[in-house]
Ligand binder design. Sequence first.
Ligand code: F6P
Length: 328
Amino acid sequence: MASEIKKIGVFTSGGDSPGMNAAIRSVVRTCAYLKIECVGIYRGYQGMIEGDFKTLDARSVNNIINKGGTILKSARCEDFRTKEGRQKAYDQLIKEGIDAFVVIGGNGSFSGALLFNEEYGFPVMGIPGTIDNDILGSSYTLGFDTAINTVVDAIDKIRDTASSHNRLFFVEVMGRDVGHIALNAGVGAGAEEILIPEQNLGLERLLESLKRSKASGKSSSIVIVAEGDKTGKNVFELKEYVEEHLPIYDVRVSVLGHMQRGGSPTCFDRVLASRMGVKAVESLLEGKSNLMVGIRDTKLVLTPLAEAIKAHTEIDEELIRVSDIMTT
Ligand code: F6P
């Protein structure tokens, strides 16, 4: 064991995502396997500042691999943005005897970990946990696969009623500033149109596409809209716009919202989480720090946190082309 790490902290931070519990379970079980103590830190950096800790052993994480959400709770923490807040957090960790931590979260959580390491030299390792799939350095973030399956299931249900009433539905999905959820779930659910932030194709094109759908005999349509879409109209305004310009359509709206953040993680997310937890703990014990565990071409890779937080992952242009062809 290259490092003198004897006690590892683990916490979840930022928007929760399915698979976080599986990752917590993996970190705890890997520590137990390697005879390292593990401490759960509740409510992210806020709990760290408050010393809200609980020792976790292999049995503490029974029956959670299949549970959405996070047993350690999550939070966004303004105090950690201050030097005083980070100092309090550091003092709490030292008092508890924690030598390193694994943060399961998104860009914001990793930025905090990186700053903390720069200020205190404290070993940190990141696991990408967000449904947005927007973190450089990993083809998949924990929760993305579960979220797109949730969205596809919801759209399949909406399509039942849309086709019964010959209606057009605008379905808004999450993803913050990126369109990965909308694009992948849109293709998977056979949406007639997919509006994503990475492409602003304009309202005229949308009208033309809807006209073509009608002319080709489609009696109902689903348009999936990423919440960060750049048309300049929210889904309710899009409904009004289409009703005004294409009165042939009977239009409804469905905003899926936070249901996309919940649910039992898919096997893909559970396996990914289990792999990432082992890699994160073993990397810390090898003396590594300031890295994020990711997956590329089915292999686990380590990316400097400074790289991972630089930008969002690119949209898949080939998938956009597939989507365009599928709307023929
Ligand atoms: O980052 C995950 C995410 O679900 C985004 O897709 C969404 O825009 C945001 O979190 C919602 O944040 P909150 O949970 O604070 O409402």
